[in-house]
Design a protein around this ligand. Structure first.
Ligand code: NI
Length: 178
């Protein structure tokens, strides 16, 4: 078990394009995925990308059955997604609140594609090819943005809807670290 420090906005490692995974059998990849699982479990987040724990690989972990941070979100299958590619299925864009473990304590409204197809590979190199919508689609877009050096504030279009979680959502519990 290895819980890693989560890098915070301002760290230049969060602004890089992550290296693609080329060796699915490597110890480095398996260690990265283990640390993502361990760190996300402690942080109680919806998702985490390898660059957020200082690992330069195109790997994200996301998913939950139920999550206190986003109590209205439908379950998303727990997924390790490697070398992801996302395409929008149509032009529909929806707005929703997002937070990020690298931007603790804040939330902002971010426009995202409502319906996407995402592809990539699991930890064993098997292909993943899914269609997603709503919060699931939002979460995948948010996590994969970390792999191209984008944090959600850079996707915002209305900075008047950006603020502290405890002020915006005082009813939420268990988000003290977010
Ligand atoms: Ni994030």
């Amino acid at each position: 078990m290895a819980v890693r420090d989560i890098l915070r906005m301002g760290d230049p490692r969060l602004l890089k394009v992550a290296a693609r995974v080329t060796d699915f059998g490597s110890l480095a990849l398996h260690d990265a995925v283990r640390d993502l699982h361990d760190t996300l479990a402690v942080a109680k987040g919806a998702g985490l990308a390898a660059p957020q724990i200082g690992i330069d690989l195109a790997v994200v972990l996301f998913g939950f059955e139920h999550i206190a941070r986003y109590p209205d979100a439908a379950a998303v299958p727990v997924t390790v997604l490697i070398n992801p590619v996302i395409e929008a299925l149509d032009d529909a864009v929806s707005e929703g609140w997002e937070g990020c473990l690298s931007v603790p304590g804040l939330r902002g409204v971010v426009p995202r594609y409502e319906r996407i197809r995402y592809r990539g590979f699991d930890l064993h190199g098997a292909p993943i090819d899914r269609v997603a919508e709503s919060f699931h689609a939002r979460l995948v877009q948010h996590e994969c943005d970390h792999l191209i050096g984008r944090l959600y504030p850079t996707r915002m279009t209305d900075l008047t809807r950006f603020g502290y979680t405890q002020v915006l959502f005082p009813e939420l519990t268990d988000v003290s670290a977010d």
